[in-house]
Design a protein around this ligand. Structure first.
Ligand SMILES: C[C@](O)(C(=O)O)[C@H](CC(=O)O)C(=O)O
Length: 533
């Protein structure tokens, strides 16, 4: 194998040039809001020798401009979840962006379908992004070819859609440890994604069906996840946007207590009882039919609360005030809180956060808007857009989150998901409030809004209706209810003068181009003047 012949000086000069290029790039307007915990030198050393150019960068810059334009004007983008290129092509007419939803991919893009538990392979969503992005390129290609077959005058009446709608994708929790997040990020960038989101949920613990809440990871692990993705984007020299999603709302558990920033939200037992784990084990042995009820009873009997609440319950009013002022607003671990309480509270405080731990080791967590704001603000400098995913459309929580966040980091672009089974009436929304909800959200800076799983309701519903029609009315029903109205749409969808959902003229053009040699001079030169066909 030949050795590289470069001198050490040349190698150093080339390295220094890359470092400078990275530093200049990070100072550019699109990058300057990001704070990295690593140096340009480190990123330069992690780069390979053949710099690549990624379409992801073009799409990210396009999305970034769209979002900032919305932010300036108080307007917003409304998109929905898609995994199918056919649906994506029609969305280009009304949506500025597309969303590749993990939940939808888990249902329809894998050989083992299932609930949104993030248990599908790590490359599932990137592969769908790749498929959809390639379809966008293909639609752009066939459209531009078709247009260039027409004269300038004719072109004015032809369809001219922007099929390159930036794709936002679901990266869930990064599908493993640091290296999985790195690999997934690489796949997303290579696939042409404009932005993807990473959340703070614990891997393998995304449950919806057992009547228990979600589990988040410690703040430090969430930040590491985002940093891993940011590092990989930087290694690739891409502009890809990172959406920092925070799923702390209504989370019931935290996977670990390694980060003191989380301690004030961890709950413990304030009565010395048998541990929850032992209690459940005993109940299972006895054949108790409802372990969830046993758990509920245990939680009530152990008087579960946070450490500060435990202090409040025992201390006098003056002692508690003293305790709170000594704790202050900085980070204080449980140990530090206990030391302060020992100093200022005359009575003993019993607090044990190990007693309520689950059999998987999770700690009980108390979610609140302040906690979500704190996490999101710590995460923000690693990403470009923020999404505090809510379990329900709670208007007060939404206002509190976005107002508090914006006081610390103004002008942020936020995302919001209209999750499929949100009950707006139950959440107190009037018909009028539902109507104005999207624009009311936009007033708080929520510029990117998505209905992630429309396909599960909308497509299912539409397919069921058509299946019934086809069974009952056959081709007569098809012609009356599908074909005739579809062909009546002007301009004809994806088809121009000759209805064709498949862009057959592009295929013809390949034949024409290759066959030019046999048909003689001139055919290939007539583009823009005269049809080849
Ligand atoms: C956005 C989401 O992550 C998805 O996979 O589409 C889901 C969607 C949903 O549950 O409606 C989520 O919000 O967690």
């Amino acid at each position: 194998m030949p050795k590289l012949t470069q001198t050490i000086e040349d190698e150093q000069a080339a390295f220094n040039a890359v470092v400078k290029e990275i530093k200049d790039w990070w100072a550019s307007p699109k990058q300057s809001h990001i704070t990295r915990p690593y140096s340009a030198e480190r990123i330069a050393s992690l780069r390979g020798p053949l710099p690549q150019r990624y379409a992801s960068s073009d799409m990210a810059l396009k999305l970034w401009n769209q979002l900032n334009e919305h932010r300036k004007n108080g307007t917003f983008e409304m998109t929905f979840g898609v995994t199918d290129p056919i649906i994506a092509s029609q969305m280009a007419k009304f949506q500025q962006t597309l969303y590749v939803s993990g939940a939808l991919c888990g249902f329809s893009e894998v050989s083992e379908p299932g609930m949104d538990c993030c248990d599908y392979p790590m490359d599932t969503v990137p592969k769908v992004v790749d498929k959809v992005f390639k379809s966008q390129m293909w639609h752009s290609q066939r459209q531009s070819h078709y247009r260039m077959l027409a004269s300038k005058e004719e072109r004015a009446d032809l369809e001219n859609w922007d099929y390159l709608t930036p794709i936002v994708a679901d990266g869930d929790m990064g599908f493993g440890g640091l290296t999985s997040t790195v690999k997934m990020t690489k796949l997303f960038v290579e696939a042409g994604v404009a932005m993807f989101h990473l959340d703070d949920l614990a891997i393998g613990k995304k449950k919806f069906t057992v009547g228990q809440g979600r589990t988040i990871v410690p703040t430090s692990e969430y930040l590491d996840r985002l940093t891993s993705a940011r590092m990989q984007i930087d290694i690739m020299g891409a502009e890809t946007l990172l959406l920092c999603r925070c799923d702390t709302d209504h989370s019931e558990f935290i996977a670990d207590v390694i980060d003191a920033r989380d301690h004030k939200y961890v709950q413990g037992a304030t009565i010395p009882v048998t541990s929850l784990r032992e209690t459940l084990k005993e109940a299972a042995k006895r054949g108790s039919p409802n372990l969830l009820a046993v758990r509920k009873e245990w939680i009530a009997s152990a008087k579960i609360c946070t450490y500060d609440e435990a202090v409040e319950a025992v201390a006098s009013e003056i002692e508690y005030k003293d305790y709170i002022s000594k704790v202050g607003s900085g980070i204080k671990s449980l140990k530090e809180r206990e030391t302060i309480a020992k100093e200022v509270v005359s009575k003993d405080i019993f607090f044990d956060w190990d007693l309520p731990r689950s059999r998987e080791g999770q700690y009980l967590y108390r979610s609140c808007v302040t906690g979500i704001v704190e996490r999101s603000i710590l995460a923000a400098p690693l990403g470009d857009v923020t999404w505090a995913r809510m379990d329900a459309p709670n208007w007060n929580d939404l206002v509190e989150f976005h107002t508090k966040f914006s006081k610390v980091i103004p002008d942020r672009n936020f995302a919001f998901g209209y999750t499929g089974d949100y009950d707006y009436t139950k959440a107190g929304f009037s018909q009028e409030a539902i109507r104005t909800f999207p624009s009311d959200l936009a007033k708080m800076g929520i510029t990117w809004q998505v209905q992630p799983i429309w396909a599960l309701q909308g497509l299912n519903f539409g397919t069921e209706k058509f299946a019934k029609l086809w069974r009952e009315r056959g081709i007569e029903g098809y012609i009356a209810e599908v074909q005739t109205p579809a062909l009546a749409v002007k301009p004809i969808t994806d088809g121009f003068e000759k209805p064709s959902y498949s862009g057959s003229y592009l295929c013809d053009a390949f034949w024409d181009t290759v066959a030019v040699r046999d048909v003689g001079e001139g055919a290939g030169g007539e583009i823009g003047e005269k049809r080849i066909r």
